[in-house]
Design a protein around this ligand. Structure first.
Ligand code: AMP
Length: 216
């Protein structure tokens, strides 16, 4: 089962991909997470990506295509994968098609998380994660049950993404409309598109996605 989750920043792609990963034993492939790992490691690729990411701009197609192509061959992708944050441009969508056909793989579904964009800015600017286990929280919508302590692992260290500030979120939304939304008709023409209400409760969104995956 190979799936793309599409949607603007803050639509819930990462949260939902993590939930589906466990249930269907498929790997979440987040280009954002991979790029953040490159930035932390200080690699050449990371240095190139850092400035663009902090500004909310997309990094060059060739860089993300390269990291995804290598990753799809890993053992944990053998049951399938959920692409989270890739493809984000028409060139990436075309490169993905070529990559999959050369590996004799196919895309089963493309699911768009449909959200109210004004709500996104509040969602994104308030979110943070446990620095140890990555569990997600939000200043307003999802605080740990004991203040300052991760519900999942007990760590007291949390982190926020450098690009989760209002100005950058607005730039990221613009990038989504200008560069990513145009790939929707590409997948519609292939008969692969499904839509899910991304404003529903996290649990309800997961259920909608599970139904789509089970029927695919
Ligand atoms: P994300 O974690 O998906 O919100 O991505 C964070 C940032 O990483 C984006 O704003 C871009 O700068 C960069 N990025 C992630 N995925 C891609 C991609 N497929 N193409 C270009 N840039 C990307």
């Amino acid at each position: 089962m190979n799936l793309i989750l599409l949607g603007p920043p803050g639509a819930g792609k990462g949260t939902q991909a993590k939930r589906l990963e466990d249930k269907f034993s498929i790997a979440q492939l987040s280009t954002g997470d991979m790029l953040r790992a490159e930035v932390s490691s200080g690699s050449e690729l990371g240095v190139t990506a850092k400035k663009l990411m902090e500004a909310g701009e997309l990094v060059p197609d060739s860089l993300v295509i390269g990291i995804i192509s290598g990753r799809i061959d890993d053992e944990d992708c053998k049951n399938g994968f959920i692409l989270d944050g890739f493809p984000r441009t028409e060139a990436q969508a075309e490169a993905l098609d070529e990559m999959l056909s050369s590996k004799e793989l196919k895309l089963n579904k493309v699911v768009q998380l449909v959200v109210d964009e004004e709500a996104l800015v509040e969602r994104v600017t308030g979110r943070y994660t446990c620095a140890k286990c990555g569990n997600g929280y939000h200043d307003k919508f999802q605080q740990p049950s004991k203040e300052g302590v991760c519900d999942n692992c007990g760590s007291e260290e949390f982190k926020r993404r450098a690009d989760d500030n209002e100005e950058t979120v607005r730039t990221r939304l613009r990038a989504y409309h200008e560069q990513t939304a145009p790939i929707i008709p590409y997948y519609e023409a292939k008969g692969l598109m499904e839509r899910v209400d991304g404003m529903a409760d996290i649990e309800d969104v997961t259920k909608q996605l599970e139904r789509i995956l089970e029927a695919a």
